[in-house]
Design a protein around this ligand. Structure first.
Ligand code: ZN
Length: 191
């Protein structure tokens, strides 16, 4: 099983894979990946027992895929539009994959340690194991590209670019001061 942290980081990585870059879209994806566990809150409110209806209706493929596709179509989880046109099919698939990822993640057996301090009913070591495992998978899913814009990073002058610029400026300065050093003839004949 995965904790909300695990579901969140996988939802985030899947969202990036589907080209979602906006902050709102990424936050929505991270929250949506944990949506099926809302049955814990519903159980507590409706039945006074958080686990009464846990992993029933909301933990089915029907629910997760439909809710995900609707979230995608509604634009809650939406990729960057190209020329103002949204790709509705892609958004629906992204939403379905993000919320749908909850079911297989809940079925993955994770080693549990019951010793030590606990937080929200789970031992602290389990929170750490869970976060480490799912963060590693999220890192593997996260898109990588040579183009900084494709990886979601704000385009900024990278260190090598800065180095090239500084080298060019230094070379220009040398050429102005001593044209012969650049292999150029002195444009102004000396008298
Ligand atoms: Zn769950």
């Amino acid at each position: 099983m995965a904790s909300p942290v695990g579901h969140g980081v996988i939802g985030l990585a899947l969202a990036r894979r589907f080209g979602i870059k906006s902050r709102i879209g990424l936050v929505a994806a991270a929250l949506a990946a944990s949506l099926p566990d809302a049955d814990i809150i519903a159980g507590a409110i409706l039945h006074g027992d958080p686990w009464k209806i846990h992993r029933k209706g909301t933990h089915t493929l029907n629910f997760t895929l439909t809710a995900g596709a609707l979230a995608g179509l509604a634009g809650l989880i939406a990729a960057e539009s190209l020329g103002g046109e949204r790709d509705l099919l892609l958004d629906a698939l992204a939403g379905a994959a993000i919320i749908g990822s909850h079911i297989p993640l809940d079925r993955v057996p994770i080693p549990t340690l019951s010793r030590g301090p606990s937080l929200l009913g789970m031992s602290l070591s389990n929170w750490i194991i869970d976060a480490a495992i799912w963060s590693a998978l999220a890192w593997a899913i996260w898109p990588r590209a040579a183009d900084p814009e494709a990886s979601g990073a704000a385009p900024s002058p990278s260190f090598p670019n800065l180095q090239v610029q500084l080298t060019r400026r230094a070379a220009t300065a040398v050429c102005i001061g001593a044209p012969a050093a650049c292999g150029r003839a002195d444009p102004v004949p000396r008298r």
